[in-house]
Design a protein around this ligand. Sequence first.
Ligand code: SAM
Length: 334
Amino acid sequence: MDTLVKARALKTAIDLGLLNYIVPRESVSLAALARSIECDQRGTQLLVDLLVAAGVLLVRHEDILLSPEFKAALPYFDLLCTKLALSGLLLADFSENFSALISNPEKFRESASIFSLFEYTSETNIEVSTYLRTRLWVQLTSVLSKYEAAPFLWLYPLDGSTLILDVGGNSGSFASQLCQSCPAQRVSVFDLPLICSLGLNYVLPSPCVDRIRFIAGDIRSDRLPTGFDAHLYKSFLHDWSDQDVRQHLSRSARALPSGGKVIIYERITSQRDIASSPWNFCDIPVLMFERSYRDPAFYLQVLPQLGFVVTAAHVIRLDQDFCLIEATNRSADD
Ligand SMILES: C[S@@+](CC[C@H](N)C(=O)[O-])C[C@H]1O[C@@H](n2cnc3c(N)ncnc32)[C@H](O)[C@@H]1O
């Protein structure tokens, strides 16, 4: 979806149930469509026309149907909905606070509303509104993680590690993908208590549910548990200061055995050619978070200082670029 208008039309079609109605049918009439979404025909016609302009629908004679291009994208419908939702949530900050993001990122952090969506709390006494906001954020990040697992596994099949601690592993979405692809693997998610309880529900339908565990804790105050071959940091370290990252990784060095691995799979400063990219509506999150990410050189410099030997380093080009770094613990040899 390249423009705000097209994206908004698609989001409205999803919200009103228009797509749910059309997807299982070959074609529908305007009158039936209007009845199904409980709108008058004039409003429905406006939406249909915008969806035709967006390449989602076709109109043949009196029949309304999905375009072949949109049908081909249906297997990724959850990703499409997530990207639309994320860009929509960031839209107000993009329009009101982008100048602050460019000129003063600290001020942006204070004024932007997006950060209230993921105020990570270690409290067990939780307001319903906090629960609902957190649940929404967890749903969105879980879908992104599900799709980010495939390129990771393609490059890094995890043959050598069977017991993995996914630090800040959220709902277990990534853990579930790892377990599905590697039958020997067991993954424990270390995360805040509220996230762990949301995660228990999230992984229940997974065929690998018996190989996923949740360990509730706060990395600021709790030791990382021992007994793992590898610690995975996936889209976690970018939220922390350089000093915090050093501390987290040194906690890993203490908890891992000699030969244990740290695996860093993190978004990094964009390697794409920003000047010649098209910058579609769904790229708003890439723009809004771009300044939060690091150059992977930072991890490559810090890991050896903490007793790790870097054994692999890659850049993965997704909508936002990622680094994939493996480092082996030697600090336990001392
Ligand atoms: C940006 S999300 C990434 C989640 C997941 N790894 C992914 O890739 O989708 C950061 C995660 O770190 C967790 N987290 C934040 N602060 C934490 C803390 N102090 N201790 C443990 N986990 C924390 C959050 O609850 C959240 O699940």
